[in-house]
Design a protein around this ligand. Structure first.
Ligand code: OVV
Length: 411
């Protein structure tokens, strides 16, 4: 592991500051992951700013507050890490990301390059290939009739199209999911879940660094766009490698859980599946609504840079704040029937991709993947049903399944 201490020393029953309600919720426990919604409601209903006693950390779960903090990057910094660990106090377990874990002006330079790398025009160039792969994959699954919606579709599709599109080697692609799983676990507390995933992905550290080098990316993959920007002096060549690392880290587990979310939702809400079959232009809105409904990325932290207040409570420089994106996306003060999956609702403004300068830079890629899969399904599948108990995959940041037994019929 590179840089600093491997695991931060954190947490430990810190009493709330005067006037801030303390809650005994552990948002990084399996009990919470199994059904976060009652606790999300407690977090939202108790007060705008609450205290998580177990970790000694302040938290926000209402839509308006989460949005406000996300938009105010000057007060709520990402540069000391967007996980529970504060880089300034606890060290870091990998080299910081120059996009995720940075503020302007560094962030602005990094972001400009990734905006180009993952632009609308680049996505347009990928669409035909992605759609053809989705068609092929759905044809096979319809033929099979019964399959695991996770392994055989939600994971299989991104793993089929993403590595080729960025221009990766054939070897080592199996590192992508364990590496992402570890990094997304690292944003939570240093619990057993994180330690176990770090052990599993130990070898992936050097692999990801090597894979991000220019000579290991094919000339026609979109990873090269980062290096072309470096040739023009927009970032250094070392930074280009760091930006490719960011795409490799953030680009797979997220889309896997996004596609998993929409499959699971459509299987549980047959009325919505019917609407999609009747009107394929709902493919993109359906994916978007699934991002709101399940919030594959559940939480991120920020670090306070200067004295400020939240709900009237003073915050000091160095305080960490936990933002519940998933709770904000189901806040009844913002959303009508928030717990209903409705592919025709006005879903704009959800914070599943964040908002502000750090809003997901890969969201066009995520939407493209979601859309082509749903479009192929709507043309080829008649009915979808869940045939067995779905199993959750537990991660400190990501919400999703590891198993989703499905049966489909042809149209
Ligand atoms: C959004 C995200 C998640 C995980 C890693 C990164 C970004 C990164 O920049 O490395």
């Amino acid at each position: 592991m590179d840089g600093g201490k491997a695991f931060p020393e954190l947490g430990g029953a810190v009493a709330p500051p005067p006037g801030v309600p303390g809650l005994d919720i552990d948002p990084f426990s399996e009990a919470f992951f199994a059904d976060p919604y009652p606790d999300h409601a407690r977090l939202r209903d108790t007060a705008p700013f609450v205290w998580l006693i177990k970790y000694g950390i302040g938290a926000i779960a209402r839509y308006e507050d989460v949005r406000k903090v996300l938009l105010d990057w000057e007060t709520f910094s990402s540069a000391r890490g967007v996980g529970m660990a504060d880089f300034a106090k606890h060290g870091r377990f990998r080299l910081p990301s120059i996009i995720l874990e940075s503020d302007p002006p560094q962030h602005t330079r990094s972001r400009a390059v990734l905006n180009k790398t993952l632009s609308f025009l680049v996505m347009k160039s990928l669409r035909e290939t992605f759609a053809a792969e989705a068609d092929r994959m759905i044809d096979e699954l319809v033929e099979k009739r019964e399959f695991d919606g996770c392994a055989e579709l939600a994971e299989a599709f991104p793993l089929r199209v993403f590595p080729d599109a960025i221009g990766m080697n054939r070897e080592g692609r199996d590192n992508l999911l364990p590496y992402g799983d570890m990094v997304f676990n690292s944003f939570g507390p240093p619990n057993q879940r994180f330690l176990a995933s770090a052990t599993r992905a130990e070898a992936a550290f050097t692999w990801v660094e090597t894979q991000a080098q220019r000579e290991n990316l094919s000339p026609d993959g979109f990873g090269q766009i980062c290096y072309q920007a470096a040739d023009k002096g927009e970032v250094t060549h070392k930074e280009a490698a760091m930006l490719v690392r960011a795409i490799l880290t953030a680009g797979v587990d997220t889309t896997v859980n996004g596609i998993g979310a929409v499959l699971f939702a459509l299987a549980r809400f047959p009325g919505e599946w019917r609407k999609l079959r009747e009107n394929r232009s709902l493919a993109r809105p359906a994916f978007e609504e699934a991002i709101r409904f399940e919030s594959p990325v559940q939480t991120f932290f920020r670090t306070v840079t200067r004295p400020t207040t939240l709900d009237g409570h003073p915050l000091a420089e160095g305080d960490k704040i936990l933002m519940f994106l998933g709770a904000a996306n189901r806040d009844p003060l913002k959303w009508e029937n928030p717990d209903t999956f409705d592919i025709e609702r006005p879903v704009a403004g959800h914070v599943g991709f964040g908002v502000g300068i750090h809003a997901c830079v890969g969201q066009l890629l995520a939407r493209l993947e979601g859309e082509v899969v749903l479009d192929a399904m709507a043309r080829k599948i008649g009915t979808i049903e869940v045939t067995g108990e779905p199993e959750r995959r537990f991660n400190n940041t990501l919400r999703g399944l590891k198993k989703l037994p499905l049966r489909v019929t042809a149209v």
